[in-house]
Design a protein around this ligand. Structure first.
Ligand SMILES: [Mg+2]
Length: 211
């Protein structure tokens, strides 16, 4: 099965969110693409996991991340600028469970992000969502409580790279701004492979059911 595009899937999943996203994005190309992927939406909308289980499984991972981050932040070296990199869909936002716009924050991850941002850590978001909905995504993240230092979305040229290569390149770019990436948090293997983070934390994707 070809890799699904979560943004397209979400817009196709409910009429309300489709209307909201298309109204906020530039409609011409987005509407065409969304229509063409509507058949994958139905299969994708039904992950074999309920919301409570997903939240518990996310909490287990964040219960490991938070003590590490507390210790690592406390040990900030002189002059060190710390950053955490997050995936967006089904990591920082409830993409497959939050059928509304703005999409709600994934609470266990937001709790960790809030601790970090209140202790001087910059939050960067790297998503395979296309640039056309960059503004919508940035607004969504900020509205639900994340302090966004930077949001990387895929440009046209990036669409021809595989996701892991694209995401790794963005972490290299963040490092080139002088940041030390103390953690990289995502729910897909392609969020986390490729290095350029001191630690990685893998949230569930249930064998690829959650993008
Ligand atoms: Mg994801």
């Amino acid at each position: 099965m070809p890799r699904r595009r979560p943004w397209a899937r979400r817009t196709a999943a409910t009429a309300a969110s489709a209307a909201a996203l298309v109204a906020l994005a530039v409609p011409a190309e987005a509407a065409t693409t969304t229509t063409s992927t509507s058949t994958t939406a139905q299969a994708a909308a039904a992950a074999d996991v309920d919301y409570a289980t997903w939240q518990q499984d996310c909490q287990v991972v964040m219960d490991q991340a938070l003590p590490y981050l507390k210790q690592r932040i406390a040990a900030t070296k002189p002059g060190e600028k710390q950053a955490i990199v997050f995936d967006v869909d089904n990591t920082t936002l409830e993409t497959d469970f939050g059928f509304s716009y703005p999409q709600p924050a994934n609470k266990p991850v937001l709790d960790v992000a809030e601790y970090a941002q209140e202790h001087g850590v910059s939050l960067y978001f790297v998503t395979a969502r296309p640039g056309i909905i960059s503004g919508v995504t940035d607004y969504n993240l900020k509205t639900v409580g994340y302090r966004v230092s930077g949001l990387y979305v895929r440009g046209f040229g990036d669409l021809f790279k595989d996701v892991a290569t694209y995401k790794t390149a963005q972490r290299v770019d963040i490092e080139s701004k002088g940041y030390t990436i103390i953690a990289n948090i995502g729910n897909s293997a392609t969020d986390l492979s490729g290095g350029h983070a001191e630690k990685t934390y893998k949230l569930p994707d249930y064998d690829g059911q959650l993008s």
